[in-house]
Design a protein around this ligand. Structure first.
Ligand SMILES: [Zn+2]
Length: 326
């Protein structure tokens, strides 16, 4: 076997150290911004703000309300309706944001019988999928209450659901400074913060103003080297794949390493989020590498700490080939 970069110990290239990064791009922490209840200010204020910064958010809607908003406003008049309609919802989805389900009518799930639970959880999901022509993957429990019967139905129908872990973004005393502090703590802890917001300026537990959100996003934008901002579904995907991933590394005859990532326990039609692999070069000091995928060669960007990073989709047809260069 010919080694392109022989190491002093003549160890195989596949001995090079490969790990799955905790978050995409090997960033320190992840954040998902979630906005509940499908109110019109999400269309007029929030989505445009995220679009301006190229960031994605998740909007948990109540399709019963969206149905009524659609029946009431033809053509759509964003300033007349409390909730956005399907046409407006599609515009948000087409901009790359996630539309999740928050129950058909925002009911207290503990008070419902089986038939009503099916309507709130299963029929609501179908309504969203019919209107958006894409899978609805995430459920946010109304009032953050998770009775057993509802939880069972949610788990059968949605790959992802909110737990009790969302960080409240709202209330009269909420400030951009407080939001920024929460981000700082998330970076320090290396975790995933899921921000839970409702209206802007009015409605339930609102953020006092849009300016607070804008100021906060300005802060976040300056830390994108450390922060992965993505939708609730995409960070959920990454987290599950990361925990299930098996990375298979083998040497090829011509001195490259062949990297395959599999998440066999997960449904490949849902779990297709690329995972970031950190690859430490076998020959100390040299971290540049090229990557061959589907016959084409791309240069791998070295990470700041001397490790190369590559994104690989689990089960990707044809493993990627990695070559270290001096
Ligand atoms: Zn709600």
């Amino acid at each position: 076997m010919t080694l392109i970069a022989a190491t002093p110990a003549q160890r195989k290239l596949s001995d090079s150290y490969i790990t799955v990064a905790r978050w995409r791009g090997d960033r320190a922490a992840a954040i998902s911004y979630t906005f509940d209840d499908g109110t019109i200010d999400h269309l007029t204020i929030v989505a445009p703000m995220f679009d301006r910064y190229g960031l994605k958010a998740t909007f948990f809607i109540n399709p019963g309300r969206t149905d009524r908003a659609s029946a009431a406003t033809q053509p759509a008049d964003p300033y007349r309706s409390e909730y956005f309609n399907w046409h407006q919802c599609r515009a948000i989805a087409h901009a790359g944001h996630e539309i999740g389900c928050h129950g058909m009518e925002h009911q207290r799930l503990a008070a419902l019988d089986d038939r009503q639970l099916v309507r709130e959880i299963v029929t609501a999901k179908k309504r969203i999928e019919e209107e958006l022509h894409r899978p609805c993957l995430s459920f946010a429990y109304p009032f953050n209450e998770r009775p057993d019967a509802a939880q069972k139905l949610v788990e059968q129908n949605y790959p992802f659901a909110t737990g009790g872990e969302r960080v409240r973004f709202g209330g009269a005393h909420f400030t951009a400074k407080r939001a920024n502090k929460a981000v700082e703590r998330t970076i320090e802890g290396g975790g995933w913060m899921i921000a839970m917001a409702h209206g802007i300026g009015s409605g339930f537990d609102p953020l006092p103003s849009g300016t607070i959100l804008a100021d906060h996003l300005d802060y976040v934008r300056q830390h994108l080297d450390k922060l992965w901002i993505e939708t609730f579904a995409d960070v959920s995907r990454y987290q599950r794949e990361r925990d299930a991933a098996q990375v298979l590394v083998t040497d090829t005859q011509d001195g490259a390493i062949r990297v395959e990532v599999n998440c066999r326990s997960l449904d490949p039609t849902i779990f297709d989020e690329p995972l970031t692999l950190r690859i430490q070069s076998p020959n100390a000091g040299s971290v540049s590498a090229t990557l061959e995928r589907d016959g084409s060669v791309v240069k791998v960007a070295p990470a700041t700490d001397g490790n190369a990073l590559i994104d690989v989709t689990p089960g990707e047809a044809g493993a990627v080939l990695l070559r270290f260069t001096r």
